[in-house]
Design a binder for this molecule. Structure first.
Ligand SMILES: [Ca+2]
Length: 546
């Protein structure tokens, strides 16, 4: 049955850290099946699984070696079929992660390509040496030149990511056909959602030296990207009206996101962009410590809401994923206002226009890991930057402090199910340490406490599902201040007002202007705001008027 995009929510599962069913310390597919009642109770409609396919795991499964099989680390195809049928029994659907900008160099096509088979060489981007050097000066997203030389072929292949991730040649119709077959394979199984990894990088444009940057301007939102995504849509999911799609967009623009998501263009349902998650980067540099820029955050959230919606585009709403630190530690306050700030952040973004994406553990307010030694880290990027920070002259303690705030491992510690050893995630030894605060922050406690963050998330998702103003209403900017973000949703005769204090101080706000409104939701469990003209620390207030 078709569900309206504006009323659903998606829950992201980082499979490796969600639930381990067999005690090997690694989360797996049967583990997810065990936890479906919890997810059903939370009220989410789709489960997005990070890649579950066979992979050398050089980039956490985003280096796919086989597109239509299951990684034995995570289970079998029978396990997957069981998960699929158990989700459907509960009215939940699966969203799979599709990685089509590149394949692992372990992929059969690539192996045949480097054997010199012409057909498969054309699936990838092989180029000759230019003036004795790499074909272009483009820099890989993981550092170093983006071309790898193969002496036996006397050619380079392009890898915008790791050198074990070779970029695919979307110019080749035969390659595109292979991709459609893969997507259709999963559709035939009953998968109803797809998340496309860095899909705005598939059209490379011209292979020229970039004299101003790292090359991204040639391949980001490239010349044929809309044509390719439209064709993908028409040949696969576009034939069905109950499949939803989201594109992960790297360094994209609003103009392109509008084109990706306008219904009549038949490309994607919605897009992820990351501009609002760079507001705590010092001059665009991630590995530094800087308090978040609230004015910039507000400006970005509001301009994307208004800009996308005025042009008929559609946003995915999110704070977190497996590549981002925990939002309650990052934009909230995980020390003195843990529950209040986690609830405020959920209110603030998920009641905007768009589809909420909740990252595992966010619904119980999981925090950053606060690892105190480098041995606890697993993420390659974090380990690399630790070395770089030391080589730049930072002391060990300083480098560890930066990692504790920025590392992707902050989001990858095991899901905190209960207060037992290893947080109920595994009976064995987890692949990465459990956060010590699982004794206080865990799903079991959150479930039992009716005032918990978990139950508040349920209310937020439920409001979105049943309140047409919050689902379909137009977005209008409210009266914001230097500590408060406010917006309105307006639908027919009704109006909902969302007011959120992003800071730990009481903040003045002219609540008297809203005397006729009733309280729809309050993280302070307010039942009236009387004569008060201020908001408490991290207060979120949702008011409605008919
Ligand atoms: Ca396992």
């Amino acid at each position: 049955m078709k569900k309206s995009l504006e009323k659903i929510s998606v829950y992201q599962i980082y499979v490796k850290s969600f639930m381990d069913s067999n005690g090997d310390g690694i989360g797996d597919i049967p583990g997810i099946t065990q936890k479906l009642d919890y997810l059903k109770d939370l009220g989410v409609d789709f489960l997005w699984l990070t890649p579950i396919y066979p992979s050398p795991m050089n980039d956490n499964g985003y280096d796919v070696a086989e597109y239509t099989s299951i990684n034995p680390l995570f289970g079998t195809m029978q396990d997957f079929d069981m998960l699929l049928s158990e989700t459907k029994k509960r009215g939940i659907e699966l969203m799979l992660d599709m990685v089509f900008n590149h394949t692992s160099t372990e992929q059969e096509w690539f192996k045949r390509a480097i054997n010199g088979e012409k057909k498969y060489m054309d699936y990838y981007i092989f180029k000759d040496r230019v003036n004795g050097k790499e074909p272009t000066n483009w820099i890989s997203k993981f550092g170093g030149n983006a071309w790898e030389y193969l002496p036996h072929l006397n050619k380079y292949y392009l890898h915008l990511f790791d050198k074990t991730q070779a970029d695919l040649n979307w110019e080749n119709p035969e390659l595109r056909e292979e991709i459609y077959n893969i997507v259709n394979f999963w559709i035939e199984k009953g998968v109803k959602g797809f998340r496309f990894d860095v899909i705005n990088l598939i059209s490379k444009g011209e292979y020229k030296n970039d004299l101003e940057g790292d090359g991204r301007r040639f391949y980001t939102d490239g010349p044929k990207v809309h044509e390719y995504i439209h064709e993908l849509n028409q040949r696969t999911y576009g034939k069905y009206d109950d499949i939803i799609t989201v594109g992960e967009m790297s360094s994209t623009s609003m103009g392109n996101c509008i084109l990706y998501t306008q219904k009549e263009r038949a490309e994607l349902s919605m897009t992820f962009n990351f501009h609002h998650l760079k507001v705590d980067y010092e001059k665009g540099h991630k590995w530094s410590l800087k308090p978040f820029d609230f004015e910039e955050l507000k400006r970005l959230l509001i301009s994307w809401q208004i800009g996308m919606s005025n042009a008929g585009g559609y946003n995915a709403l999110f704070w977190s994923n497996h590549d981002q630190p925990r939002v309650v530690s990052r934009l909230g306050n995980d020390k003195s206002f843990h529950e209040l700030s986690a609830k405020m952040l959920a209110t603030s973004t998920y009641l905007m226009k768009g589809t909420p994406y909740i990252y595992q553990g966010e619904e119980i307010g999981m925090t950053n890991a606060y690892f105190s030694s480098i041995e606890e880290y697993r993420d390659v990027e974090s380990l690399n930057y630790y070395t770089i920070l030391l080589s730049e002259g930072k002391k060990k303690e300083e480098a560890l402090e930066i990692l504790a705030s920025k590392s992707r491992d902050n989001a990858r510690t095991p899901m905190q199910w209960d207060a037992s050893r290893n947080s109920g995630f595994t009976k064995g030894r987890p692949w990465i340490d459990t956060n010590a605060n699982h004794i206080k922050i865990n799903a079991k406690l959150a479930y039992e406490d009716k005032t918990s963050i978990f139950h508040y998330f349920k209310t937020v998702l439920n409001l979105k599902k049943h309140n047409d103003t919050l689902a379909y209403g137009d977005f209008e900017e409210g009266v914001s201040t230097d500590s408060i973000l406010s917006y309105k949703r307006v639908y027919k005769e009704s109006e909902v007002l969302v007011i959120c204090n992003y800071f730990a101080e009481v903040s003045e706000y002219p609540l008297e202007n809203f005397k006729g409104y009733k309280i729809l939701l309050s993280n302070y469990e307010r039942t009236s705001f009387g004569e008060s003209n201020s908001l408490e620390p991290y207060e979120a207030l949702v008011l409605s008027k008919y």
